[in-house]
Design a binder for this molecule. Structure first.
Ligand code: IPE
Ligand code: IPE
Ligand code: MG
Length: 237
């Protein structure tokens, strides 16, 4: 089976912001701020390494259970990133941004920022940065299934025509390759509802580093581990 050193698509579960802040005796929001910086670094480093797609898990469908103050702080950081990416067009000229998730419950200004940046950046070819926001793998499948059923009801799709490809194309990641590599820092060993369909044959790298401390060195370590894996996809190597 073909071995490629550089993955086409990396998924990153940006976890450990709260613990990073707690270790410093600071509020959790301080950790999210540092996490946002680590996210910007990650995008730069993926671009430098010519990785075509990176998906970051920024806010899950389950994260609404957190205190309102924390949710608000995360949304504010997001708004800041979107503003900055929109305003510094030249610096971001190689970055196509796409939000994965159900943005319906977001504040109107935030939705508008998302749409503006997606529109401005959609033809950029350096790297696609998917920001998973109010994202859950199960929720994504529910949305996808509904859209397929709607097509069946409208008569544009027959139930027998629904195959794996149709399901893939009904998801937020339609048109994109599945993640080759999923990185989870913070020491947790789970997916927490991240890309459950797309991860069928992903390679996993779990790391103890907390997300705000994740930098170039940690990315290269994950890529090094990935390059050593033998991906068989069920076949014989
Ligand atoms: C990840 O860090 C950020 C989000 C889930 C939004 P956490 O906030 O989960 O940090 P820990 O896991 O509590 O350390
Ligand atoms: C996963 O982290 C979600 C994001 C990183 C956005 P969580 O911190 O929410 O996951 P659990 O609760 O530890 O599984
Ligand atoms: Mg966490």
């Amino acid at each position: 089976m073909e071995k490629t050193a550089i993955p086409r698509h990396i998924g990153v579960i940006m976890d450990g912001n709260g613990r990073w802040a707690a270790k410093r005796g600071m509020p959790r929001t301080f950790g999210h701020k540092a996490g946002a910086k680590a996210f910007r670094r990650l995008v730069e480093n993926c671009l430098k390494r010519k990785i075509p797609y990176v998906t970051v898990y920024a806010f899950s469908t389950e994260n609404w259970k957190r205190p309102q103050k924390e949710v608000d702080a995360i949304m504010n950081l997001l708004g800041e990133y979107l503003d900055e990416a929109f305003e510094h067009e030249e610096e971001n000229k190689d970055i196509c941004v796409k939000v994965l998730g159900d943005i319906a419950p977001f504040a109107p200004e935030l939705k508008e920022k998302i749409c503006k940046l997606e529109e401005q950046s959609k033809h950029r070819t350096g790297i696609t940065v998917n920001i998973a926001l109010n994202y859950g793998g199960r929720d994504e499948l529910v949305h996808g299934i509904r859209s397929l059923i709607q097509k069946v009801n409208e008569g544009t799709l027959r139930a027998e025509e629904i195959d794996e490809e149709q399901v893939s194309q009904s998801l937020y990641t339609a048109g994109q390759p599945d993640p080759d590599l999923i990185i989870r820092p913070s020491g947790e060993l789970r997916l927490s509802n991240f890309m459950i369909w797309q991860a069928a044959y992903s390679e996993f790298v779990f790391m103890d580093v907390l997300w705000p401390d994740f930098g170039e060195k940690e990315l290269d370590e994950a890529l090094r581990q990935y390059a050593m894996r033998n991906r068989r996809f069920g076949a014989v190597s």
